[in-house]
Design a protein around this ligand. Structure first.
Ligand code: 13P
Ligand code: SF4
Length: 303
């Protein structure tokens, strides 16, 4: 059944000259039919230079909007229109404008998990893998970081030379993990390395041996013979156990499941390719242009 659907998708994709991008949190059967997979940073870089007319973005809305922003001439489709990231709308563009008016000497840094309207009023974007490098490279000392207080406080801790003001947003999935979850996982697997995404709360990150983006966690875990406790969305530990059955990968907490990332199924991808489902991303061109500056700036500073 899965194989048949995958074959149909591969045929349709070829016929219609569609490129499929999939975030690493997608299911293994979707990752298998994608042309490019990776974390938010890799997908942003890839999206800039795609040679095709249509892109299908398997992930959540802000990821599809980022692709559209970077390739305005292409048709960009989100297979499931209600797959969104709750964190992306935790601050309104007006609040950012108000802050900028009161604090003209601040640079506003937006996590990539934000809407196009928000990016359009910010100065530079970051992803979890590029945040440290980019914030360090910003010449100004004063920074407002939106919306993730957890990623923001990790950067603040690592870059004490900067004056970073945090917004009070968070990822509801990563933020739900507690110190008790870490204690339990450590008791169950005392010899395991603990790999954590910086969207986890600061007190939880104290338990980390490695802090990194989805891609950095996969890279580390694939190349070590040690047991690993994976502190990010469940799909990553599942993926690692699938591609490397000899490895020993454990989930940090059962709470690490992102419902929005799980909405997209092979059948949604197939329907979207047939033009029977999904949503074409349409952005206000002026707003998209403004927002694009922040991604271009991220890629420039991240090189
Ligand atoms: P990455 O930047 O690691 O891809 O993370 C995106 C995300 O939504 C994490 O929850
Ligand atoms: Fe958003 Fe969190 Fe889901 Fe990532 S895991 S898409 S940050 S809700």
């Amino acid at each position: 059944m899965i194989r048949n659907l995958q074959d149909e998708i591969l045929k349709l994709k070829e016929e219609k000259k569609v490129t499929i991008l999939a975030h690493s949190y997608q299911s293994p059967e979707i990752l298998e039919i994608a042309d490019f997979t990776g974390d938010s940073y890799k997908l942003s870089v890839v999206a800039k230079d795609l040679d095709c007319d249509t892109v299908l973005m398997c992930g959540v809305r802000f990821m599809a909007e980022t692709v559209k922003m970077l390739s305005p001439e292409k048709k960009v489709i989100l297979p499931v229109s209600y797959a969104t990231c709750p964190m992306a709308e935790q601050i309104s563009p007006q609040r950012v404008l108000d802050f900028k008016k009161d604090h003209p000497d601040y640079v506003v840094v937006a996590y990539v998990n934000t809407t196009t309207a928000l990016k359009a009023v910010c100065d530079v974007c970051v992803t979890s893998s590029s945040a440290l490098k980019i914030v360090k490279a910003i010449p100004q000392k004063n920074i407002l970081f939106i919306p993730d207080r957890n990623l923001g406080s990790y950067i603040k801790k690592m870059l004490p030379e900067k004056n970073i003001v945090l917004w009070d947003g968070y990822c509801p999935v990563h933020n739900a993990v507690t110190v008790e979850d870490c204690e339990t996982a450590k008791k169950l697997h005392p010899n395991a390395k603990i790999l954590m995404h910086p969207e986890l709360p600061a007190e939880v990150l104290e338990y980390a041996d490695v802090v990194g983006s989805t891609a950095a966690i996969i890279e580390y875990a694939k190349n070590t013979d040690e047991e690993c406790i994976i502190g990010t969305e469940k799909s990553i530990a599942d993926y690692l156990n699938l591609v490397r059955p000899t490895g020993r990968y454990y989930q940090l907490s059962k709470k690490l499941i992102c419902p929005d990332m799980r909405f997209t199924t092979l059948s949604d991808v197939c329907q979207a390719l047939k033009g029977l489902g999904g949503e074409e991303i349409i952005l206000n061109p002026e707003m998209a242009n403004q927002a694009r500056r922040t991604i271009d700036e991220m890629i420039r500073l991240g090189q």
